[in-house]
Design a protein around this ligand. Structure first.
Ligand code: F6P
Length: 313
């Protein structure tokens, strides 16, 4: 049996623990695509052990590298990916929604795939939890804890920008944990008059205030400028939390979850399903075995279907 693994999209804390556990279970039989679907399309595939996953198991990032590679979704790119994937009995894919779509498309074309939701954004539709989210939230909270004392010393207002792409889950979780003063997780949340009133009140009481802003809604500098016009007496600072959300070492719980995801994936390798996804629902890990797209995405798969070829190896 020959297994192939890849990590795609934004790397997520926990990925390396999964890679290490896969390596340990499938020693001598597991290979990795360098840099996700890019490696699959370009046949940049070597043994997983060559990436020394044991050296990275407690680290964030991805030992086998990741990429965003739209060429995978072209006819030419997809055909090359299929050709290379056919040399393996199973392809394990760690990534977000786009990667799951890729896993389904490959499975529709005869490749057995196993998917592990892995993105700090926690926006994978089929799972309530995706790898990396807890660590990203924890990193944001630690960051805020280290910044607020200095804000307090000057009664300042601080805007903290979190990642999340188009999803407000990191922002809202951080807001709840840190009990911040205002949350902007969607464009409709922006009400400068309302926010300014909160900021002014706290400043008047000799207190600092904190606002959590999800990225990709408004430029943080514009936000500060607009808010500043409504409360000119308060000093407003901006902190983009940035890549430490992805680069922070996985938390203990994250590592435990990684073990569960890996366990599910290892079992799924031996199942008959065309595409299996290891998901977290109702506080437990389970495996969805399907070739069909799960709700709510019902888009037709555009990739050409090809007959499954006889494997030579
Ligand atoms: O999807 C993970 C994520 O970190 C998003 O939160 C963010 O918008 C994006 O990736 C940043 O991507 P990159 O740094 O790879 O360009």
């Amino acid at each position: 049996m020959k297994i192939l693994v890849l990590t795609s999209g934004g790397d997520a804390p926990g990925m390396n623990m999964v890679l290490y556990l896969l390596q340990r279970r499938f020693i001598g039989r597991i290979y990795a695509c360098r840099a996700g679907f890019k490696g699959l399309v370009n046949n940049d595939i070597i043994t997983l052990s060559a990436f020394k996953p044991h050296r990275h198991m407690f680290e964030a990032g991805s030992a086998i590298k990741s990429s965003r590679y739209p060429q995978f979704n072209t006819k030419e790119g997809f055909e090359k990916a299929l050709e290379n994937a056919r040399r393996f009995d199973c392809l394990i894919i760690l990534g977000g929604n786009g990667s799951y779509k890729g896993a389904l498309q490959l499975a529709e074309n005869g490749i057995k795939t196993v998917f592990i939701p892995s993105t700090i954004d926690n926006d994978v539709e089929i799972s309530e939890y995706s790898q990396g989210f807890l660590t990203a939230v924890s990193a944001c909270c630690d960051y805020i804890d280290s910044v607020m004392p200095t804000m307090e010393a000057f009664d300042r207002c601080c805007i903290f920008e979190t990642m999340g792409r188009k999803c407000g889950k990191i922002a809202s979780e951080v807001f709840n944990i840190k009990k911040s003063d205002y949350l902007v997780q969607e464009e409709t949340d922006i009400d400068y008059d309302k926010i300014a009133e909160i900021v002014r009140k706290k400043n008047g009481r000799g207190e600092a205030s904190s606002i959590i802003l999800r990225e990709n809604i408004v430029k943080i500098d514009d936000f500060i400028k607009n808010l500043g016009e409504k409360c000119p007496k308060v000093e407003i600072k901006g902190c983009v939390i940035g890549y430490l959300q992805r680069g922070t070492k996985p938390t203990k719980v994250e590592l435990d979850y990684a073990k569960q995801f890996a366990k599910g994936a290892i079992n799924a390798v031996f199942s008959d399903a065309g595409c299996s996804a290891i998901v977290y629902r109702n506080k437990k890990f389970e495996t969805i075995e399907s070739l069909k797209r799960e709700q709510p995405s019902k888009k037709k798969i555009l990739m050409p279907k090809r007959k499954k070829e006889k494997k030579n190896n």
